[in-house]
Design a binder for this molecule. Structure first.
Ligand code: SAH
Length: 393
């Protein structure tokens, strides 16, 4: 059966010729028939030349491209895509290392726009951000099992909050394959309890793995503030690195409970750690010069373009607070995970914060997301996590 056809307006094929995987609704001239959300479509230029095949969705991104080649999107197509993604993780060495938590599929970065899959020591958590990827969830879960064998015990679908609500699908989270319980995962030999059913996102912030490890190197003898701690990772890497004192702060009581459990898993009865439920801006208002290593890993302040200006202000204010109060010779790890905030915009916001404080600041490291969150060079928006390690004189 032939696929429905979307014809673009003249000139709108240019971004596709550069392999950008999104087609905005404004570029669409004509649709050959009425479409259901999530349907596969063929995209052609105004001159009727083949451009791509992708998933259709109602919204500002009308099509997410799966292939720039004229091919059939069938079980074999998906299997090849998943196998390539798995092979990349294998080549990164996750299967033999002390780390059994990693991202299996990173959307556009793995040529699968609209899909995130995270792996937690035997359980894959499937999160569809597009209706098209939601509709193929059972097929893809089976293919993961085919490719991973005994390494994979269960696949849990957690798409209830990530599908466009206008699609009116009302998804319910649940197991697509097998069954599993919250488990302990290892990251560079340190342990976390991960609960994909109750936890934020797919259960854990895998993307900060390398940056947590780097904190270890900077922690010896320091008094550490881990602001926005979630499940506490930066805190126990700091403890591992020989920190003198570590304070973990999060606005969510659940996150603080999780942090306490995780710290206890790794450093039982260690008196160096304390955790507080508090709002970041309140806590930092009078943090004085108590810390000489501060980590700021806030949630995405801008979730869409419209919120960009406000978000940049918030990054500036937050970082200014840290610069004003960090001890001389202190280290600041500061991050943004907002996709719509560019690397340069984030730097500008942080540097403005430094200027307000009047402190002298130097860049020691420039940080980003790890290799299991690859960035498709034709989709620069995929570079969402940015960070700086700064020395405050
Ligand atoms: N650093 C963490 C991930 C942080 S995610 C890690 O390594 O896993 C962002 C966290 O910020 C969430 O846990 C959320 O509960 C918390 N948060 C959101 N708004 C906050 C606020 N205003 N003050 C303090 N914490 C906040």
């Amino acid at each position: 059966m032939s696929l429905p056809i979307i014809t673009l307006k003249a000139g709108k094929e240019q971004s596709l010729n550069r392999f950008h995987p999104w087609i905005f609704s404004g570029a669409v001239n004509y649709i050959s028939r009425e479409l259901e959300e999530g349907e596969l479509v063929r995209v052609v230029s105004s001159k009727d030349e083949f451009l791509a095949i992708g998933h259709f969705q109602i919204g500002s991104i009308a099509v997410r491209v799966l292939s720039f080649e004229d091919t059939v999107i069938d079980r074999n197509f998906w299997k090849k895509k998943l196998a390539v993604a798995l092979e990349l993780r294998r080549s990164l060495g996750f299967h033999e290392s002390q780390t059994n938590v990693f991202r299996l599929i990173h959307g556009e970065g793995d040529g699968l726009p609209g899909l995130i899959v995270d792996f937690y020591n035997g359980t894959a958590v499937y999160q569809a951000h597009s209706v098209g990827m939601y509709l193929v969830r059972h097929e893809l879960a089976e293919l993961f099992k085919e490719l991973m064998g005994d390494q994979l015990v269960a696949v849990y679908d957690k798409s209830d909050k990530t599908l466009p609500f206008k699609a009116n699908i009302q998804p319910e989270n649940g197991y697509l394959l097998g069954q599993s319980e919250p488990c302990i995962v290892q990251e560079y030999g340190l342990s976390y309890r991960v609960d994909w059913v109750e936890g934020q996102k797919t259960g854990f912030f895998i993307d900060q793995r390398e940056n947590r490890k780097l904190v270890e190197q900077f922690s010896k003898g320091r008094d550490v503030l881990n602001m926005f701690c979630y499940s506490g990772g930066f805190s126990f890497f700091a403890m591992q690195g020989g920190a003198q004192k570590v304070h973990s702060v999060d606005a969510s009581a659940k996150a603080i409970e999780l942090t306490r459990q995780n710290v206890a898993l790794n450093f039982k009865d260690d008196q160096r750690h304390e955790a507080y439920v508090a709002d970041a801006f309140d806590f930092m208002r009078d943090m004085k010069d108590r810390y000489d290593l501060v980590i700021l890993d806030p949630p995405a302040f801008a979730k869409h373009r419209g919120a960009l200006r406000q978000a940049l202000q918030a990054y500036k204010r937050l970082n200014a607070k840290a610069f004003e109060q960090i001890r001389p010779g202190g280290i600041l790890f500061t991050f943004s995970c907002s996709q719509v905030v560019s690397k340069d915009q984030f730097r500008e916001a942080v540097f403005s914060g430094a200027a307000i404080s009047g402190r002298k600041v130097r860049i020691l490291h420039q940080l980003h997301q790890p290799a299991d969150h690859p960035i498709n060079i034709y989709h620069p928006e995929g570079e969402y996590l940015k960070g700086l390690v700064l020395y405050v004189d």
